[in-house]
Design a protein around this ligand. Structure first.
Ligand SMILES: [Zn+2]
Length: 478
């Protein structure tokens, strides 16, 4: 598969995937199309910003059979852009059984000329016991091997399973990589998202990304715009979801800050063509079918608007800032994101080291690789003087100035990224952790400069934090 990364930020990327039915630029969402009852016509999906769709090969197999093979899936859905077909695993999870074999459904997907085909993997639900999850995974791996042999010209999507067991998710990713797919897809996470278990979700994505460092990664069934920024920043490129339709059927309205019930909205907080044309009161008066379409269209508009916002953030290297704002929509998103501190190596390897801006958004900002990189770069500097002057006040001539978050900043770096380009609240008002981090960085640098004498000018709130510094220190309070 022709796949190119054109921009990177955090673990997120903008990628181009060339398919026989045109280019896909990720991150993007593939709206789910039910081939029997298309809620919004597939050809209209382009108008909302979709570049590809996903449909269910198992439903097509049962409902259309030979007709689908004669026409091909593109003609069947009346679209000329790329289509991914799912295999029936979702039905397997729902009903416990499907009336088709792995080989049959892969051959069928090939015959209907699907651009991306998916084997019939076993979707082990969250919290399954280890042995069950391991046995299911063995079957999935065998089916993936079989798929690789018979996939033909189509691109192969290899699902990653293993329930909530980190070890099994990694194992699944390793085995899938050995088999060799074109796209890798994290499966069976919808129950986690439905229960707002974003912490487990983020952990699974990070475990998979620690094995699959660059490969295209799809997150099956993720369709809520509230989660996209976090999932992209953790390394997901592709999403698919029926959320736009399922939520609409339930009178639910998607926003990047969460879900609203139509009944609780007095105003629409959105600028899409639908929300600027009608008031919530008027929409509540519509017939059920019309109301569903109104909401589904809004849900699609807000979905692709968020995708464009994320792509822009990747381009201007402000994805950390965007995620740190978005995770405030729900405490479970905050908990999910804070786990990046356990994966700092992966982040450091991927996140660009030079950016234009560094905007402090809260405690999570302290976990960005730029903070640690700043300290690493300080250790490379050769301080020739025997006495080093450190000041918390920019009005005093000093060798090092103390800033919250970063700690010591040499005067010659006061105009450079990150510390020099950082917008940070004043020391007298910022969270104490931002001062503690700064002091830790200072201590580590001072330990690195053994034998030097330090003169430290202290003012304001810094006085509380700058105690017990290593080495020979003279404190000047002012
Ligand atoms: Zn809207």
């Amino acid at each position: 598969m022709d796949f190119e990364i054109t921009a990177k930020d955090v673990l997120g990327r903008i990628c181009r995937i060339e398919t026989p039915h045109g280019r896909i630029e990720t991150p993007t969402v593939l709206p789910v199309i039910n081939p029997n009852i298309p809620f919004i016509s597939p050809s209209k999906m382009r108008d909302f910003g979709a570049q590809a769709v996903i449909t269910n090969a198992y439903i097509i197999f049962r409902s259309f059979g030979e007709e689908a093979i004669e026409k091909g899936v593109h003609k069947l859905l009346d679209v000329d852009f790329p289509i991914m077909t799912d295999s029936g695993s979702y039905q397997l999870m729902l009903y416990g059984d499907v009336e088709v074999s792995n080989r049959e459904i892969i051959e069928f997907q090939r015959k209907i000329n699907s651009d991306f085909i998916v084997p019939l993997d076993i979707p082990t639900p969250p919290d399954a016991d280890f042995e069950t999850a391991r046995k299911d995974l063995e079957i999935t791996i065998e089916r993936e091997k079989e798929a690789k042999e018979i996939k033909g010209e189509s691109f192969l999507v290899l699902p990653i399973q293993g329930s909530t067991h980190a070890e099994l998710r990694r194992e699944s990713a390793k085995k899938a990589k050995e088999i060799g797919g074109d796209v890798y897809a994290i499966g069976a996470v919808v129950p986690l998202m439905d229960a707002y278990r974003f912490r487990d979700l983020a952990r699974i994505i990070l475990e998979v990304r620690s094995v699959l460092r660059v490969e295209p990664l799809h997150l099956f069934g993720c369709g809520h715009p509230m989660v996209f920024a976090l999932a992209v920043a953790l390394g997901c490129d592709l999403f698919d979801s029926a959320a736009y339709a399922l939520y609409a059927k339930d009178d639910r309205y998607l926003t990047v800050y969460g879900t609203k019930n139509l009944s609780e909205l007095q105003y629409f907080p959105c600028n899409c063509p639908n929300c600027t044309k009608m008031e919530p009161d008027e929409v509540r008066e519509l017939e059920k079918r019309e109301r569903e379409i109104f909401l589904a269209e809004h849900n699609l508009y807000v979905t692709f608007s968020e995708i464009r916002t994320i792509k822009n953030a990747i381009k201007e290297n402000s994805l950390f800032e965007l995620v740190e704002k978005r995770i405030r929509a729900h405490p479970n998103l905050l908990s999910a994101w804070r786990q990046i501190k356990d994966y700092s190596k992966i982040l450091e390897n991927s996140d660009p080291s030079i950016k234009r801006k560094f905007l402090y958004c809260g405690l999570e900002t302290l976990m960005r690789p730029a903070v640690k990189r700043h300290l690493d770069s300080l250790k490379q500097i050769n301080f020739e003087k025997d006495t080093i002057v450190i000041s918390t006040d920019f009005g005093i001539i000093a060798d090092l100035y103390l800033r919250p978050v970063f700690g010591p900043v040499p005067s010659e770096l006061l105009e450079s990224y990150p510390a020099g380009h950082a917008e940070i609240p004043d020391a007298d008002i910022i969270e104490k952790e931002a001062l503690e981090t700064a002091v830790e960085n200072l201590k580590e640098l001072m330990r690195n400069l053994q034998g030097k004498r330090f003169v430290i000018y202290l003012s304001g709130r810094w006085k509380e934090f700058l105690k017990d510094l290593p080495g020979e220190c003279e404190y000047v309070l002012h």
